[in-house]
Design a protein around this ligand. Structure first.
Ligand SMILES: [Zn+2]
Length: 319
């Protein structure tokens, strides 16, 4: 009986232990979740045949300004704040959008300049791309940039060198780790909250990772991408409530194009096409429901206010 009621109430295809209809407490109500928006255009698809070549980006009909403005209005309407990880290319070609995000009081971070996977770059290439992104953000009027998210969450164990480069450019926080296996890497770690990274070269950064929901050996990375677009609204609200009850802030991640169901469609391979375009119609409604149910803030604010998990120690020991 209990199991059936839980399944029916959550909208999920499995039961959630201990989730009664009246299960609210003060701590859950106080949990503030993190909202992140990777600011790129509809054609900035990663590592995929059929996507426009970077040389053609300036020729594409851009929708990033209009979609970002719509998101800013939505956040204003619900009094929510977010971290915007902006692509340097977008800052260079659409500087007005950077100033507008800053004017609305949100945090600004870098999402690289050219949207290349970290795993496809040498440390030197990564550093040059990062520098170019920071120059473009500053030229567009961004305040000091101190946080970074890699395209495709593409920092894994083999790219740990990137942390020292990030710190050397003034980054204090990183949001590039996805604690589950995924197409572009992922770094499965048994952590649920922000934690410090002690980088191989000795630098230290705060990490605010994307954490999947885990139950009985399965993982559901529900806080963004195709999962957020596919899951029913009630399931998302249940997962959000579970995160609140565990005092584990969810890190929601979105792109401006995800609230734009009429964006141009690229000729992508079938699997990528499904993953990229599924569920666009329902995203705004789901965001409104989540913004009504809980408070969201920048990743830095959430990291400051949350108990930390143990550091990830990657520092090389002296011989
Ligand atoms: Zn991206």
């Amino acid at each position: 009986m209990t199991q059936r009621r839980e399944n029916g109430g959550s909208g999920l295809p499995f039961g959630l232990p201990g989730e009664g209809p009246g299960g609210r407490d003060a701590r859950a109500a106080a949990t503030v979740h993190a909202l992140s928006i990777d600011v790129e255009d509809w054609f900035h698809v990663l590592d995929c045949a059929g996507a426009p070549d970077p040389s053609s980006w300036p020729l594409q009909p851009s929708r990033v300004e209009a979609n970002t403005r719509a998101l800013l209005q939505l956040l204003d309407a619900y009094g929510q704040r977010a971290t915007f990880f902006i692509l340097g290319w977008v800052a260079e070609h659409h500087p007005a959008v950077v100033a507008e995000i800053a004017r609305h009081g949100h945090e600004i971070g870098s999402h690289s300049y050219g949207h290349a996977l970290v795993s496809s770059q040498t440390p030197g290439e990564f550093a040059r791309d990062l520098d170019r992104s920071l120059e473009a953000l500053h030229a567009a009027g961004a305040p000091r940039v101190e946080c970074f998210r890699a395209p495709g969450f593409s920092i894994g164990p083999n790219e740990a060198w990137a942390f020292d480069i990030l710190a050397s450019r003034g980054m204090r926080m990183d949001a590039s780790l996805f604690l589950s296996r995924r197409a572009h890497g992922g770094w499965p770690l048994a952590r649920r909250r922000p934690f410090e990274i002690w980088a191989p070269g000795g630098a230290r950064l705060m990490e605010v990772p994307v954490v999947p929901f885990r139950l009985a050996g399965s993982e559901l990375p529900w806080t963004g991408g195709g999962y957020l677009r596919l899951l029913p609204k009630q399931a998302l609200l249940t997962l959000l409530r579970r995160a609140s009850h565990a005092d584990e802030p969810a890190v929601i991640y979105l792109h401006p194009r995800e609230i734009d169901p009429t964006q141009p469609r690229m000729a992508l391979p079938a699997a990528r096409r499904f993953k990229y375009y599924v569920g666009l119609d329902g995203v705004e409604d789901k965001l409104r429901a989540m913004f009504t149910a809980a408070r969201f803030d920048t990743l830095s604010a959430v990291a400051d206010a949350t108990a930390k998990d143990p550091p990830l120690v990657l520092t090389r020991r002296a011989a």
